[in-house]
Ligand binder design. Structure first.
Ligand SMILES: [Fe+2]
Length: 163
């Protein structure tokens, strides 16, 4: 368990500790998601190349904002943000990204799955933070969840016309 620091933040220490753990869990998957979007940005091929190349970079940028907000909230609550490679590897809930992912559809499916997994985590985290009476952390997760839903729509829309 990482150490914690004293703060005049009036949330109970138990709540702050629980929220720090939750934030670090989502932080690890957000960092993994961020790496996966760059992997897709670099390696996608096919007729939708430029649209997907740019879209994956947009998701990368958005994920970076979520990552930073979660890490900084963990520190605001007196905790330690764990953005280390070892910590991310241990905590991420995302499936490993396949090196043989090539076509636009394959990358869309992979990034949609990663966004879906992370979005589910964010929705569960809203409930956990609400139950812990930390409305601010719940609000942070709510904003992230809404952003994930939007990016998932933008990614999945590439598949829908084919059905
Ligand atoms: Fe680039």
């Amino acid at each position: 368990m990482a150490r914690s620091f004293p703060t005049k933040n009036d949330l109970p220490a138990k709540t702050r500790s629980a929220m720090t753990g939750l934030l670090n869990d989502l932080l690890a998957s957000a960092i993994d998601l961020r790496l996966q979007t760059k992997q897709a940005h670099w390696n996608v091929k096919g007729p939708n190349f430029i649209a997907l190349h740019q879209l994956f970079d947009t998701v990368y940028t958005n994920t970076g904002l979520w990552m930073d907000d979660m890490a900084e909230r963990a520190v605001q609550l007196g905790g330690v943000a764990d953005g280390t490679l070892a910590g991310v590897r241990q905590r991420t809930k995302l499936k490993a990204y396949g090196l043989n992912t090539v076509s636009g559809d394959q990358h869309v499916a992979a990034i949609a799955s990663a966004l879906s997994t992370f979005g589910k985590m964010a929705r569960e985290a809203i409930d956990a933070a609400t139950k812990a009476n930390d409305a601010d952390t719940a609000d942070l997760f709510t904003g992230i969840s809404r952003g994930v839903d939007k990016d998932l729509w933008m990614v999945e829309a590439h598949l829908h016309a084919k059905r």
